[in-house]
Design a protein around this ligand. Sequence first.
Ligand SMILES: [Zn+2]
Length: 445
Amino acid sequence: MKKTVDLRIDAGWIVPVEPAGVVLQQHAILVHEGRILALLPSDQADAGFDATETVDLPGHVLFPGFVNAHTHAAMSLLRGLADDLPLMDWLNRHIWPVESAFVSADFVRDGTRLAIAEMLSGGTTCFNDMYFFPDVSAQVCEQAGMRAVVGLIVIDFPSAWAGDWRDYLRKGMALHESLRNSSLVSCAFAPHAPYSVSDEPLAEIARLSAENGLPVHIHVHESEDELRSSVEQYGVRPLARLDRLGLINERLLAVHGCHLDDAEQTLLAQKHAHVVHCPQSNLKLASGFCPVAGLLDKGAHVALGTDGAASNNDLDMLSEMRSAALLAKGVSGDPTTLPAHQALRMATLSGAEALGMADETGSLTTGKWADMAALDLHALNTQPVYDPVSQLVYAAASQQIQHVWVAGRPMLRHGELLSLDTDKVIGTAQAWRARIAEHIAGNQT
Ligand SMILES: [Zn+2]
């Protein structure tokens, strides 16, 4: 008697990411109640199972959906607003003034929707966010069926979302409580950066993180300026300050890490902290180069993120993965650094590990949620296929991603978004651009 499952997908190539380096052919993946029931040879699937829905993708490579381990989703509405500037000038003179005039629940709802539509279209099935109104971001994710970790932002200055650090934390913890039963959305603390959050809130976050087992997601060692001002103000570099405050541990996601000396790399490795590498943002802001080879050699965990669309300027994990693989070789002077399969792991499973979600997503493993993407390799730029992972990392374009599932639910089918209306999302973004551009023009006259 055959067992009936919800969904069976046969793909030309299946890359589970776990075990490392494996590429399967003539295999099928079976999904039931949103989770991966089995990954097995197609003939065994024929013999043992019927499926309510079958999807046959002979020219595609099926792999775990990308985990974008650092972004600011709502900032998609500021894409291309202020390019080609240094970090502090970009933040102080352009981004923060516009944010203080426009950030609201509506801005976050519409910007997050734009970001989710872009991410799902590019094969991302989970993202780690840092922005104001995380309650609104969480709601948008639930409505769209997107997996996310929303950041409980804390910053020293008031915003439309909260007044002071106690208010930020109070609202954040209330959101965490309200999401306890969500299978899609969870929380991490998201103090913005060592230069924008004082010791007292950071110490309280360290305490609450330990008590609740929540990750802490913070920009750190992004620019030379940040290091200089920390030494002037606190007498130590930011990472040493975070260590003093009890924040360097397995729950830490240290975003950027462009300037890490050997001792700092060793500290992060020994304490099992995670570095989130954002190569395109670092290149665009000329922040520096994350020492990926050194970190990996020392056994540190490195995940991958796009950062926000205002500093990237897209949320395309496929191109981010390629940038990471190429940059790691260029920076280390060693072409064997960050090979294709390891780059794919960095963009998937390593992100899930950083977020404490490796039992739930990040690889095509029995029991995990069926968070998956399928890319059509039948294109001039990805033929012939010796190793589909080489094509994914070094040759493919995100437009070749044709199918995406989150928890077994189809999100993208033949390149069409199912849970969001693309035209409506674009129309709303254009309306925001008009308002913001008018405001900037008004301030200049
Ligand atoms: Zn960022």
